[in-house]
Design a protein around this ligand. Sequence first.
Ligand SMILES: [Zn+2]
Length: 147
Amino acid sequence: MGKDYATDMHTAEHVLNGVMVATFGCGRCFSAHINPKKSKCDYHFDGVFSDAEARLVEERVNAILQSGQPVVETFLSREEAAVRFDLTRLPADAGETVRVISVGEHDACPCIGPHVANTLEVGTLRIISHDLNDGVLRLRFRLDAAS
Ligand SMILES: [Zn+2]
């Protein structure tokens, strides 16, 4: 993978999703556009999402990132994985083995993409805007480089 694939952004997406699910009980993002400079994730969301919620999400994501969580891959049979995860977004031809990416004990989900090895490589996540329209919350974010 070249450096133009944003492994840090994509790893941040995992952590962000884990925090969104744990904090608000919403689902993981149903749509994501991950780019090196700026990314966005869309969530089905009930309730209020103001600046206060945005700051809370940032704090929780950054606490995980800065605690140096290992990003680890494990392989499960499709049957085992189906018990723990929603596999509907996995391609039908993904095979009998499902790759699961875990970020410490904070998040785990099936994923075929590349990641950093440790969350310390991600830097700091900043939510640059949040919009909630018709039950869809869009978060745009960027990363301040790891120092
Ligand atoms: Zn991934």
